[in-house]
Design a protein around this ligand. Structure first.
Ligand SMILES: [Fe+2]
Length: 222
């Protein structure tokens, strides 16, 4: 640390002591100050916003036997799902940025034709049986999760989205939805526009060119 940084830290520490916040200063509060109160990425601390589960969360009886984290490949089938294959990755972190290991991350979404694997989706559209429709992963020691799935498609009345649920044992921690960056449908989507800009950024998928195609990293803060 530079002398000026040390001095600055000392001054801030004394100021916090005067305010009765000495413990805060010594317990990692400086990192929070740097990232929040002092200017830079305040969005880093934004919790992942919750969103409605919607009508098509597949109950266990509706799911395929295969519920792994590769939704493009259904066990026993040769042909893979239609659609643009993507890698969806990220970490589950607590508000302080610490990884949350051993949590169950579930995703579900409609297929390339905009059809959900759910008997409640009664539209006359054939379901792509090569698409798993639902899958889960368990977060690693570093909080990481990953899925191989398809880029979400247009579903009547909604902008493209992937549903996400976070579960700790039997306890549901969060239900939310991930969106495509800059998709024209976002502008008129009621659920998307209910969020603040920081919340939108937290659940927006921005793609880069990964080793196996488009890849996006979305951390879940919960
Ligand atoms: Fe949906």
């Amino acid at each position: 640390m530079t002398d000026s940084a040390t001095t600055r830290r000392g001054l801030i520490g004394r100021a916090l002591s005067l305010l009765g916040l000495g413990a805060f200063a010594s317990a990692g509060g400086f990192a929070a100050l740097r990232s929040g109160l002092l200017g830079s990425p305040a969005a880093a601390a934004t919790a992942t916003p919750s969103a409605t589960e919607g009508p098509f969360y597949p109950a266990p009886s509706m799911r395929m036997a295969d519920v792994d984290n590769d939704l493009v490949k259904v066990m026993g089938l040769i042909e893979e799902a239609g659609g643009e294959v993507i890698a969806l990755k990220g970490r589950v972190l607590d508000a302080a940025g610490a990884p949350r290991a051993g949590l169950r991350v579930e995703i579900w979404q409609c297929d390339v034709n905009g059809k959900y694997m759910h008997p409640g989706d009664r539209r006359d559209v054939e379901y792509d049986t090569g698409f798993q429709g639902f899958g889960h992963d368990i977060t690693g020691a570093d909080g990481s999760y990953s899925f191989r799935t398809i880029k979400p498609t247009v579903y009547p009345g909604r902008t493209p989205h992937i549903h996400v649920k976070l579960i700790d044992g039997e306890r549901e921690l969060l239900t939310t939805q991930f969106y495509l960056a800059d998709h024209p449908g976002n502008a008129c989507d009621r659920l998307f526009n209910r969020m603040s800009d920081a919340e939108k950024a937290r659940v927006t998928m921005v793609f880069t060119n990964g080793a196996a195609g488009p890849e996006t990293m979305v951390d879940i803060i919960a």
